[in-house]
Write a protein that binds this ligand. Structure first.
Ligand code: MBD
Ligand code: FE
Length: 314
């Protein structure tokens, strides 16, 4: 039998005190949100008849999540980053700012301040000779197809083991991370290595919850981008390599059809040779279309805590 308590005068008063409704100071929005949040938690405890054992398991789960730094990894796993994208897409639609290359989630592994290069960059440090060479190239244009010169292609991806430099301390500084300024035709070229998919740490808090849900914690091979150009809406996106087991089964829900790209093995690459990349490479080509806007706040990435964001020199 479920005992009903959430709607009693005693619990209502408790929730109001919890949220500081009777106090002068503090932040009104935070008070309202905490009040709603705690009311929903109490209601959930009532509806599911949560036991003290279950409750304390959850409390210590949150503690562990903080200790192993996985809160920003659990968020995409629970579809929260995707949901924020859905909201931003709807807001863009309502403001007449839809279109261009679709956005998809940033993820928790960006590092600010990667070296800035002109039109071409080599992203990998050459450590592992057995890695497959990738030639990544494309063009940044506006929606009419006009090339955008001097756009910034801020690119980052995992190594062949699925690890990201900075977070994986065995990699060199800014390995597989660069900012590339497009040339006069809006083009960018990068030499790198083919990334592998990512897997959540098997002993971490995120995977522990995914196990309870019968879910895996894997992402397909993917490449992240921030694309920016003056007068245009900042774009946060990723491309997913076609043919990966997880291309359409991403634990972080970041795949969009328009962002799936073939990786094409070629014996030689004309663009590559321009930059001294000879021999067989795997070509990955992707063009970006940016939407114009004069609103300055839409031209920059939204704020969030990011590695080295404040230390970065522009
Ligand atoms: C990643 O590489 C990533 O992009 C996301 C969203 C989550 C975990 C690892
Ligand atoms: Fe990633």
């Amino acid at each position: 039998m479920t005992i009903k308590t959430t709607h009693t005068a005693e619990v209502k008063e408790l929730l109001e005190k919890v949220a500081g409704f009777h106090m002068e100071g503090g932040n009104e929005r935070v008070k309202k949100i905490v009040h709603r949040f705690m009311s929903d938690v109490f209601q959930l405890i009532e509806d599911f008849d949560v036991t003290p054992e279950e409750f304390w398991t959850a409390v210590y789960y949150v503690g562990d999540l903080g200790k192993n730094g996985e809160a920003s990894l659990l968020a995409p796993g629970l579809g929260m980053d995707k949901y924020l994208d859905i909201r931003m897409d709807a807001q863009d639609e309502a403001a007449g700012l839809a279109g261009g290359t679709p956005r998809t989630i940033e993820g928790p592994l960006y590092v600010a301040g990667a070296p800035l290069c002109e039109s071409f960059a080599r992203l990998d440090d050459g450590t592992d000779q057995s890695d497959e060479v990738m030639l990544l190239k494309g063009q940044v244009t506006d929606e009419d197809g006009t090339p955008l010169a001097n756009a910034i292609v801020d690119v980052w991806h995992a190594d062949a083991k699925g690890g990201y430099s900075y977070f994986d301390q065995s990699q060199s500084e800014y390995n597989l991370r660069r900012r590339i300024k497009t040339d006069e035709n809006g083009r960018y070229v990068a030499r790198s290595i083919i990334p592998s998919g990512y897997g959540c740490p098997p002993e971490g808090s995120t995977q522990a919850l995914l196990n309870q849900l019968g879910r895996h914690g894997r992402r397909p091979a993917h490449i992240h981008f921030f694309i920016s150009a003056p007068g245009h809406k900042h774009l946060t996106t990723q491309i997913n390599l076609a043919g990966d087991e997880y291309t359409y089964d991403d634990f972080a829900f970041a795949t969009r059809d328009e962002l799936v790209v073939e990786a094409r093995p070629v014996e030689r690459s004309a663009e590559g040779e321009q930059y001294g990349v000879t021999g067989p490479v795997i070509e990955v080509e992707f063009d970006f279309q940016l939407v114009s806007t004069d609103k300055a706040e839409l031209q920059a990435r939204h704020e969030r805590k990011r590695a080295l964001e404040d230390a970065a020199v522009a």
